[in-house]
Design a protein around this ligand. Structure first.
Ligand code: C2E
Ligand code: SIN
Ligand code: SIN
Ligand code: FE
Length: 394
């Protein structure tokens, strides 16, 4: 290829890179796109983006291990990436294994063999050290000054998008955490296994929603909003909420108001998730045949998300011990729910529960193995676990 053509090709690749990184605001997906594009542009075998976790004093990166993705961490200052992050200068190495800065730590985990390395710092606004851009094993020859210039340009282009995505991610995570902690408030007074019922039913809801053909985003939304379904119980007096016996008819009438209280607490929220939570809170005790409360809605008149939550909530309530009742077996609970298909419950939700029953039981056992009711038990990660060990402070 002539010099001119090469420059033109580079221009094309750079503008494509700019377009692609600009369209993604999720950090996880963004890092994948960046790594993939940079690999092509520089004709290298690998591209790793290391990000600074200032809180922990570490650099972390995401690596593919077979089918899985894993977050690997190393102390700031260690390794080649650590050196670049600390000094802010670029590093160009022909043979990593002969460089004393190289620790082989990552290669040992990934089984990869690093040869040549070109690494440049990733700087955010105000020259804040965001991380390190590293390309490994150039396919032809060793890295040139021109490669370094190109990698610096790509790093500059990527930096502001990474910074934005990081902020966005942080915001999203604190939003989800706040929702979950709000939900814990209601649960805290109600049940001994604080948090576990919420985590289990939130997972059931996610499983059911995707089995019903809802989009990934919709299922995730239901999963995150569902823990708030009983938030209205914070307004129910202890004498009723914690009564060890059957409620009197008057007490039960007051208890039923937790649906209305919940929707009053959440109504007109700006957040999409909180508005969804409001619909779930008010309608999760409606019955498919119109015999439920508070509004005796019927069939498709009940929001689909509330029909899903109803099945998940009752299933989990049945198999759990409550102050007023013992725990049922899984089989009994499923049999009850099936018998109530088309009466209390939406037939489609019941059908999907039966179909996914093995998944539901597995996820239940997983949640039960987790310790106590601390928020650490709640995973803010999508169902496929892509964000599973995302560091909380980047
Ligand atoms: P919860 O304990 O979270 O139960 C949620 C729903 O699961 C109940 O909604 C009910 O539909 C179902 N469920 C729970 N246990 C049983 C059971 O033993 N048999 C059957 N057939 N269904 C069951 P529900 O009935 O509208 O109650 C809403 C909330 O009112 C309950 O939430 C609980 O906090 C409270 N509650 C209901 N009954 C009693 C009671 O007898 N004593 C006390 N202390 N609280 C009760
Ligand atoms: C790197 O910094 O490139 C990898 C870490 C190491 O093994 O030195
Ligand atoms: C009640 O009447 O107390 C509710 C019974 C139940 O569904 O658990
Ligand atoms: Fe409820």
């Amino acid at each position: 290829m002539g010099r001119r053509q090469e420059l033109e090709k580079r221009q094309t690749l750079l503008s494509r890179f700019g377009r692609l990184v600009a369209t993604e605001n999720r950090l996880d997906a963004l890092l994948t796109i960046i790594a993939e594009e940079v690999r092509n542009i520089l004709d290298v075998d690998r591209c790793s983006v290391f990000l600074v976790d200032a809180y922990k004093g570490e650099l972390w990166t995401k690596v593919a291990l077979g089918m899985e993705e894993k977050i690997l961490r190393m102390p700031l200052g260690q390794g080649i990436a650590g050196f670049v992050a600390k000094t802010g200068s670029a590093v160009n190495i022909r043979d990593a294994y002969r460089d004393t800065r190289f620790t082989q730590d990552l290669d040992r985990v990934t089984g990869y063999q690093t040869r040549s390395v070109l690494a440049v710092p990733l700087k955010g606004r105000d020259s804040k050290a965001l991380g390190v851009f590293e390309v490994l094993n150039k396919n032809k020859g060793s890295f040139t000054d021109e490669d370094e210039g190109l990698l610096r340009i790509l790093a500059t282009m990527a930096a502001s998008f990474i910074e934005n995505a990081t902020l966005y991610d942080d915001l999203r995570r604190s939003h989800l955490e706040t929702i979950y902690r709000m939900a814990l408030v209601a649960e805290f007074r109600d049940q001994a296994d604080t948090g576990q019922h919420l985590r289990r039913m939130s997972r059931f809801c996610g499983i059911l929603a995707s089995a019903m053909g809802m989009s990934y985003q919709e299922s995730e939304d239901i999963r995150y909003a569902s823990p708030l379904h009983d938030i209205g119980k914070v307004a129910i007096p202890d004498a009723i909420l914690r009564k060890p016996d059957k409620l009197s008819p008057e007490e039960y009438e007051e208890m039923k108001r937790h649906t209305i209280y919940g929707s009053q607490m959440l109504v007109n929220a700006e957040s999409r998730l909180l508005r969804l939570a409001a619909r779930i809170a008010v309608s999760h005790h409606e019955n498919y045949d119109g015999t439920g409360y508070p509004y005796a809605l019927k069939g498709e008149g009940i929001p689909i998300e509330a029909r899903i939550v109803a099945v998940a909530d009752v299933f989990d309530a049945l198999v759990s011990k409550r102050v007023y009742k013992g725990a049922w077996t899984h089989a009994d609970a499923l049999a009850y729910i099936k018998a109530e298909s088309g009466k209390r419950f939406d037939p489609l939700s019941v059908e999907k529960l039966s179909e996914c029953f093995a998944d539901v039981v597995t996820s239940m056992e997983e949640e039960n193995r987790r310790s106590g009711g601390d928020e650490g038990g709640f995973s803010f990660s999508p169902q496929n676990g892509r964000f599973a060990d995302r560091p909380p402070h980047i």
